[in-house]
Design a protein around this ligand. Structure first.
Ligand SMILES: *Cc1c(COP(=O)(O)O)cnc(C)c1O
Length: 371
């Protein structure tokens, strides 16, 4: 039996009656954009993230862009962020009018290397966006210390890390704001696009509420230039059903990851080529990424065996054509560049069976030996 990279149909089958009821409830109420489902979901997510406020928006990308704008970031400002992330992290900075300044990553976690922050600091630096990549929390102690020392704001990119913890506290509760994504493949995925900003400061949350609704608090009066970026009721209703499963799902992901690591270590792979979990961190394994030489041949060999994998990500943000001339050029990011050549994500989801994990681990070990 082929093993898909993701299996969202299996997830639907497990929750079908409850999801169907939730969708029907929204249709019967006849209110589709913002409303009681979104309000309830915002309260539930604020509590999940250990933050005081949460504001539903149209996507994780918008959550990042609106957070930057809510914190007053604009033209000429520089934003420090990881050079190794999904494109949206950089795209949102440019959309807010600011300049992304990339920082290389730590080789064990693939998250921004906080010890490199000082060398990228300029008089124009305003914000740091740490990305909790693949579900592993960034080194928040070091990042928050640096931010305080230099009066920088922090926006956590939690798109891949909902439910992850750093020193016992949920990610998203450390910065001035945090961006969540409910893109269907994320650990908490909707039936379409969706996102959220969580924040502890009521003024930041209020600002996001204004920006997501064309700067309007009362109908037809527009105080600031915002945009249309709202979460809809169908998404919120679906996500509320799934949120109840999130901690169980994340535990199942962690369990599958432990099994992979045990099997792959036994098959001779080195610990440094497998995902790390630093002390004090709770990884939620949005992706389980291994490093293999001759990666593309290994992926092709797994594909022949019916096992789907993904390369996340084949290049650094500094190498993206869209950012040429936008970000300062001529810099090198040796750790991220090396990772981009070797990284490979294996299928990992709560529904993955032990038997599937075993056959994937066997096939991978074989392919690494004879790609
Ligand atoms: C998915 C993702 C985003 C963007 O979220 P969308 O909801 O797809 O706009 C931002 N940052 C990271 C790291 C992501 O993985």
């Amino acid at each position: 039996m082929p093993i898909p990279f993701l299996n969202l149909a299996a997830q639907y089958r497990a929750l079908r009656p409850e999801l169907d009821r939730a969708v029907r409830r929204v249709f019967e109420r006849g209110q589709f954009v913002l409303g009681p489902e979104v309000e309830a979901f915002e309260r539930e997510m604020a509590s999940t993230c250990g933050a005081a406020h949460a504001v539903g928006v149209a996507s994780g990308t918008d959550a990042l862009e609106l957070s930057l704008r809510a914190l007053g970031v604009g033209p000429g400002d520089e934003v420090l962020t990881s050079v190794y992330s999904f494109f949206a992290t950089a795209g949102a900075i440019v959309a807010a009018g600011a300049i992304p300044v990339f920082v290389d990553i730590a080789p064990d976690t693939y998250c921004l290397d906080a010890s490199l922050l000082p060398r990228h600091l300029t008089r124009k630096t305003r914000v740091i966006i740490p990305v909790h990549l693949y579900g592993h929390p960034c080194d928040m102690d070091a990042i928050m210390r640096f931010a305080r020392a230099h009066r920088l704001k922090v926006i956590e990119d939690c798109a891949q890390a909902i439910g992850a913890r750093y020193r016992g506290r949920p990610v998203g509760s450390f910065g001035d704001a945090a961006a969540l994504s409910f893109y269907p493949t994320k650990n908490l995925g909707g039936a379409g696009d969706g996102g959220m900003v969580v924040a502890n400061d009521a003024r930041v949350a209020e600002r996001i509420r204004l920006l997501r609704a064309h700067g309007s608090r009362t109908r037809y009066r527009h105080e600031v230039l915002g945009t249309n970026s709202r979460l809809d009721e169908l998404q919120a209703a679906v996500l509320r059903v799934k949120l109840k499963q999130l901690s169980r799902w994340n535990a199942a992901r962690r369990r599958a990851a432990r099994l992979y690591t045990r099997l792959l270590r036994r098959a001779g792979m080195s610990a440094s080529d497998l995902p790390a979990e630093r002390a004090g961190c709770q990884h939620v394994y949005h992706l389980y990424c291994v490093r293999v030489p001759r990666r593309d041949q290994v992926a092709a060999s797994l594909a022949r065996a019916g096992i789907a994998t993904q390369v996340c990500y084949p290049s650094t943000l500094a190498d993206q054509p869209a950012l040429r001339g936008v970000v300062p050029g001529g810099r090198r990011y040796p750790v991220a560049s090396a990772a981009a050549k070797e990284i490979l994500a294996l299928p990992l989801y709560p529904e993955l069976t032990d038997t599937q994990a075993r056959s994937i681990a066997n096939a991978l070990a074989r392919a690494v030996r004879h790609p």
